[in-house]
Design a protein around this ligand. Structure first.
Ligand code: 5GP
Ligand code: MN
Length: 365
């Protein structure tokens, strides 16, 4: 065996692994030309994002909708479940179709769609019962996303885990189509919103392109202060009191595994009348504690227990969610759910911690 033959084995394994776990899929020049042709004539377009939509899901959907409408398309955004009130200021948000509330309209729109664009999710189970309709639709499908391991259900895929947000990729998509002149203040506001929320106001998941995108959006007139103010300084008294309750009464630290947990019970949901969006961002407070590098926010809901995990550095909460809580997401921000008792989920989280975090020596207090 010569050198090349000997090297081919290990090399092909490395190559295969890279292709399988490839952190990005870019659009080729041919694909971009095909998409340009596809959107050149007005069409019926449906944009779909994930359940419990966050700022990135909503911002990318509305930004792309406003952009595509400039070509004369009829565009509808479909969300599996209701969006948080916080984002009410975004142009076009009241036109979103909520699957939970309007199942027949959702089916109708998908069956008539000539293009379906899927945003900010990587697998069809993230859109609940809409998944099979999208799977069965015969029209062209486009996926734009920044989560690991996209499922191969779309004809065109723009997926990059290094991107701060799907919104950043919407900007890239607009540039690649050569349609920068259609990027106006309203499109920009929607896209900037998702960038703010997915980076915690540009604190994490950023790269040079993130700031380049932000600069481009500011140049078309986006008022970033207004966005930050509308998103973060609009909490209700109830939300702040709930945060206080979480920190004062529901927080537990496991310093030897650099972990923090906040767990809310069903009773807390009743006592604080917790609604969708009220618990947004609470998980991040755990990472403010010195020495805490992995955070779990666990909620007991009527039928399931939901988890939101966050981490710093090399600790992969994506693996924890994928391996133990039927979920996934990003390396440092993931979620999951399980049909089990709240105490059992907390126990399970603590039990698996040593597999993901090296034990720390905690100095005596
Ligand atoms: P959050 O904790 O804010 O709900 O979600 C954080 C990240 O994890 C998001 O990127 C979201 O898409 C992902 N995520 C949340 N819940 C789930 C889930 O049940 N399954 C999967 N695959 N990802 C989730
Ligand atoms: Mn996102």
């Amino acid at each position: 065996m010569n050198y090349e033959q000997r090297m081919l084995g290990p090399l092909s394994i490395i190559l295969l692994k890279y292709v399988y776990f490839c952190p990005f899929v870019q659009l080729t020049q041919t694909e971009i030309s095909e998409i340009k042709e596809l959107i050149a004539i007005p069409k019926e377009i449906v944009i779909i994002s994930h359940r419990n939509p966050d700022g990135d899901a909503i911002g990318s959907s509305l930004g792309l909708q406003l952009f595509l409408e400039k070509f004369g398309h009829r565009v509808r955004v479909i969300l599996p479940s209701e969006y948080p009130d916080t984002f009410h200021f975004l142009e076009g948000i009241e036109g979103c179709v909520i699957f939970d509330q309007d199942r027949s309209l959702t089916k109708d729109l998908i069956s008539k769609a000539e293009i379906i664009v899927c945003l900010d999710f990587n697998s069809l189970d993230r859109i609940d019962k809409i998944g099979p309709f999208v799977q069965d639709a015969t029209c062209k499908k486009i996926l734009i996303d920044h989560h690991l391991d996209p499922e191969p259900f779309a004809d065109y895929v723009l997926s990059d885990t290094a991107a701060s947000s799907t919104c950043e990729l919407i900007h890239q998509f607009i540039l690649e189509l050569g349609e920068e002149d259609k990027l106006d203040e309203k499109v920009g506001e929607a896209i900037f919103t998702g960038m703010i929320t997915d980076t915690g106001s540009f604190k994490y998941s950023t790269r040079p392109e993130t700031y380049e995108t932000a600069a481009a959006l500011k140049r078309v007139g986006v008022d970033d202060y207004m966005l930050q103010d509308s998103i973060f300084n609009t909490q209700s008294e109830k939300q702040l009191r709930l945060l206080g309750h979480c920190l004062a009464n529901r927080m537990e630290l496991v310093p030897e595994y650099a972990a923090g947990i906040i767990a809310l019970t069903k009773e807390d949901y009743v006592d604080f009348n917790i609604q969708r969006g009220d618990t947004e961002g609470i998980v991040n407070y755990l990472l403010m504690v010195r020495g805490i590098e992995v955070a779990a926010f666990i909620r007991e809901q009527p039928t399931i227990v939901k988890l939101s995990l966050r981490s710093k550095g090399d600790i992969s909460v994506q693996e924890i969610c994928r391996n133990h809580f039927n979920g996934g997401g990003h390396k440092n921000a993931s979620g999951g759910a399980a049909y089990a008792k709240l105490e059992d989920i907390i126990k399970r989280f603590k039990k698996v911690l040593p597999d993901y975090v090296t034990k720390r020596i905690v100095p005596a207090q």
